[in-house]
Design a protein around this ligand. Sequence first.
Ligand code: GDP
Length: 426
Amino acid sequence: MNLDETIIAVSAPRGSSFKTLIRICGPCSFNGCQRVFELPPVRMLEKRQFFLRHQSVPILVAAFGGDQSYTGQDTVELQCPNNPYLVERMIQHLINETGGRLAEAGEFTARAFFNGRLSLSEAEGVCATISASNDAELKGATLLREGALASRVEFIATTLARTLGLVEAGIDFTDEEDVVAITKEELTQEVKKCIQSICAILDNNISMVSLHALPLVVIAGKPNAGKSTLFNALVGFDRVVVNSEEGTTRDAITERVHFGTREAELVDIAGIEQSVNAVSDAAQKKTASMMQKADVVLYCVAPQQTVPKACSNYLVIHTKGDEEHSKDGAISAVSGQGIDDLKESVTGRLGQQLNPNEHALALLGRHEQLLVEAKRCLEQAEMDVRVPELAANSLRNALNAIGGITGQVTPDEVLGEVFSSFCVGK
Ligand code: GDP
């Protein structure tokens, strides 16, 4: 990656919005932009006109010097109308004037990393924040981005580096009386301390991947059991068409719903019935597979309908409790009777949401692997305390593994992989 090139990209998600953001970063960003519009003083957002050949476009511009920018390099950000054709022309014009090029995926954050603005795990936190799809994931990503993991591994790295230095001094100066090498007891103690710190992270770690998938709560039952009405009641608005005519719901319809503190995907599926044609056959297959996958199946049974055979993930619900001849304890999605109790039962079934915090960090697979590797090397060092050369080698390997988390010791391929998982413009 060449940090001397000026890079340009749209730094807002695609899609329709009134405005978008173009970011220009690198050594020629200030001079190049100055040829197109007058730069405002740094960190001031000011109105300007962006002159293209046949028209001028109103923009808002801010400039950041390398010491204040996200990337650690001179950066100009401009807000402009989100017209893809116009944006493309503006970018082409900026490329010509700055001598720059289009940015690659994750290149802005990669620059922040290479310029020492972020550690690698913090950069991964930026990526995880962008792709987070629920509260728990966002919390885990925020901890990463704010450096919770980096600061804990930095402590381990500092202890390891100091210990390694002492062991190496002992090897280099064994003949000199005034240099006291670290004793075997002290070495063992330092190594144990590092192992403990790694275990404290690993034992409480929550894998980021496990946070991505929300539990599945599926509403099932025979046609007309009141599934869609219950779905709407739990979602809190009329998401699904409710009809007394059977077979209205064919496709699975999904919404995110909170059951207490637990977030889940709530799914309304086609009613369980004999399939009569290819369309209903497909719908029935989908229904069966969703019920099997579900963490909880809210099996709706209307008055006069039969109760299903028990199944471990079923919560049988008698519906239409406001009607005559309804079952005792039946809920009513129309009057709201029993809905709060039902939500509580689902919350209980779903159990506790894994909750990332300072003590239980959400880790990416790469972090976990490196921590396990560092622990293995330290256990080896513990066995090698009597042979300083071997102990030093194991300590160095452990230090390399730890350094790989923050990016101090990370092969180029790994860096490439980390930053390519970003989108362009980030
Ligand atoms: P689904 O086929 O299982 O999705 O059932 P729907 O939710 O579409 O409801 C079928 C019919 O039952 C509709 O006419 C609803 O208005 C009615 N219904 C659903 N829930 C209730 C309820 O709690 N009370 C009463 N009285 N009618 C309900």
